[in-house]
Structures are given as C-alpha cells and as structure tokens.
Ligand binder design. Structure first.
Ligand code: PLP
Length: 375
C-alpha cells in the first residue's frame, strides 16, 4: 500500500508506542495521586509540556499547555471558553472544528463574521484587517495551515497586525496541520494555538491547547479539576507519552523532513498528467499537502479507483468527506467542474520518492482509463 492521506492521520511510530508502553508499565499511577508514583507521573507530564513549548520556540514562562482529547476539543475550548460574548471573526477556510463552532456561536446569538479566502485557501488579509479596523472585535481565529489546500497563513504577522489595530483582541490559531511539520516559532501575539497528536505519528485521542500565560480560559470539560482546573478527566498518560516521543523525532528532523517532502510533492506536481489534473495547491503551500482536481471526474470515484491499486488518497477533509463538494474549495472560488473532482494527496516523511514515482504512474494510468470508460 502507498499511503498518501497523511493529512487525515498518520501511521503511529511503533518505537514511540513501545517506549510509552514501557513507561506506563512502570509509571501507571494516577497523576493526581499524592504519593510518589503519582507525583512522578505528574512531573513527567509537565516535562512533556515543556518539550512541546520548546519545539515552537517558547517556554513555560510565557505559555501553558492544556492536554485535551484532540484538536477539535482544543479548538472548541479556545472558541467557547475565552470570550463569553462579543464579536467573533474567522475565515471561510477553517476546519469544521472551528467553522461549525462559529456557526454554533451564531446560533447562540453572538455576532460572527467569516472573512473570505484567496484562491489558494489562505485568508484574505486585507479584508480581515479592514473588518477589524471598522468593527469592534473580541476574538479572531485564523488557521495556520489549511488542511484542504495546504495554504499557509502567516499567523504571527496576522496576530501582530490585529493587535496593533486593537490590542484587546484574543487571537487563536488552529495549528493542527502545522505543528511538527512547518518551521515556526510561536510569537507573543498569539494567545491560543491548537495541536493534535495523530497528525504527527502519535495516537488519536490526544491533543493540546497552548495558551498564553495569564490568559483567562475557562474549562470546557468540568469535573475533577485536572490540568490546573482547565481540563478535567484523568490524563491520557499513554497518549501524552507517545505524543512526546513522536514530536521529539519530528522536531529533530523538521528541516530534513520538510526538504524530503518538498521534493516528493514537487515530483508529483511535475509528473501528474496536466491534461487530466488541475493543481489547486499553490507553490508556497505546505509541502505536506497537495490538492488537485481530476478534470471531468468525481473525486470520490477517483479515490476508490486508486484504492483498488492500493494507493490511498483523500477527497478533501476527512471530517467532511461525506459531503459531495468541499465547502473550503468552493470558498476559494472554484466552480462545479473543479469542485467535483477534488482529491487531496498528503505526504509524510515516511513516504519515499520510489512510492511517489509508482503512485504518479498509477494515478495517471487509472485516470486515463476512467476517462476512456466514461466517454
Ligand atoms: N484542525 C485541522 C486543521 C485539522 O486538519 C483537523 C483534523 O483533520 C482538526 C482540526 C481536528 O483534529 P482532531 O482530529 O485531532 O480532532
């Protein structure tokens, strides 16, 4: 099998699981317990948090980490638990974890604005800044890397500019497709940043919300008061440890992985038959995500047809794959001809150039055959 749906999820690192298994075999105590075993586990969770922050160039002096169950929960906590009432701004390209949370805010009577996208799926910065200049704004959420097109928003610049216009704005960014993949240092202008473990070869069921120190965030899950009262529920120590070991490996190899994946993506772009495909991802997009449209075919048909050859690709976001058209690609301004044929090819550093060559060969051949049959 050639797995090219790494933006949906990644294959967990076996050595990270083994290391975490060994850890939990020794240290299975409840981190809230007051005897030594529990205190040690609590200390180890703290160390994981320090490592997460170090990876994005900050320390526990300026930021905290709240462990959650996933990127979706992190996004929800940022959106529902920071500003109680007010004006909430996001863009039309957000993952449903953010987009639908904003629709929910609207249902609850809050003022919500969706800023339009550029053709590549990045937010239209001019429209965003203009809106904020002309309207009282309390909360802004702009994703770092778009999960459907790979477009990279310069969230440090966006946050800084927004705060120059209005220093009271709370700025959140969904960093789920960026963390562990894109070189990035979190700036002081970003108040909240969401990440998820299963996108970087750790396990589903672990996420984190990074928050600026002293920012007042309320809990989304209420109960025993774990995570300094900000996320109740006994900590998922195994998931947290796997996350730590996986992220250490990602950050030790961040730039070599970036270069490797960039070359693979470029090879695929250069060698896909341009009569059969329109490339939607732009040159400066994340090397980990390539979105194309199969001209005159349905993306879902293409996806299943490639599956019969053991090539696994996605059709848009895995979380909204049951909708025929991608809301995000539509918001980029594409018409029916493109929307119907969208497939997302997403890479990881475990992919090889040989896999890319084989995949491109099969993809071109399969699509040509499908087109012949459809005639
Ligand atoms: N945000 C983005 C940009 C994503 O790509 C995803 C997952 O696809 C999520 C949030 C949700 O993360 P999780 O699957 O951990 O809930």
């Amino acid at each position: 099998m050639i797995y090219l749906d790494n933006a949906a999820t990644t294959k967990p690192f076996l050595h990270a699981i083994e290391k975490a298994t060994q850890y939990c075999n020794r240290c299975y105590f409840n981190p809230s317990a007051l005897y030594k075993g529990g205190l040690d586990v609590a200390k180890d969770i703290k160390i994981t948090k320090e490592k997460i922050l170090k990876c994005i160039g900050v320390s526990t002096d300026s930021f905290d980490v709240i462990f959650t169950s996933c990127g979706t929960e992190s996004d929800n906590q940022a959106i529902f638990c920071t500003v109680k009432h007010g004006v909430f701004i996001t863009d039309s390209g957000e993952h449903s974890a953010v987009y639908k949370s904003f629709l929910e805010l609207k249902n609850r009577g809050e003022k919500v604005e969706f800023i339009p996208l550029n053709k590549d799926g990045s937010v239209n910065q001019n429209k965003l800044f203009e809106y904020v200049k002309n309207n009282k704004t309390d909360f802004v959420s702009i994703m770092h890397v778009n999960n459907e097109t790979g477009a990279v928003n310069d969230v440090n610049f966006i946050a800084k500019t927004l705060k120059e216009i209005n220093p009271k704005i709370i700025f959140h960014s969904d960093g789920v497709q960026a963390f562990g993949k894109i070189p990035f240092r979190l700036s002081k202008y970003i108040d909240l940043y969401s990440i998820s473990a299963h996108k970087i070869n750790a396990l589903k069921g672990t996420g984190a919300l990074i928050k600026r120190k002293n920012l007042n965030v309320k809990p989304f899950v209420i109960g025993g008061g774990q995570e300094n009262g900000l996320r109740s529920g006994t900590e998922n120590v195994f998931g947290i440890k796997v996350f730590e070991y996986a992220l250490e490996e990602h950050y030790a190899n961040l730039s070599s992985n970036y270069d490797k994946v960039s070359k693979i993506k470029q090879y695929v772009i250069d060698n896909l038959n341009k009569d059969l495909f329109t490339v939607l991802s732009k040159e400066d997009s994340s090397p980990y995500i390539l979105t194309v449209a199969a001209n005159g075919l349905r993306g879902e048909v293409v996806m299943h047809s490639l599956e019969t050859e053991s090539i696994i690709v996605g059709n848009g976001s895995a979380c909204s794959s049951k909708n025929r058209f991608s809301r995000v690609i539509e918001a980029c301004g594409y018409g029916f001809d493109v929307l119907d044929g969208v497939i997302r090819i997403s890479f990881s550093a475990e992919n090889t150039m040989e896999e890319a060559k084989r995949a491109v060969e099969i993809i071109n051949e399969k699509i040509l055959n499908l087109k012949r049959i459809m005639k």
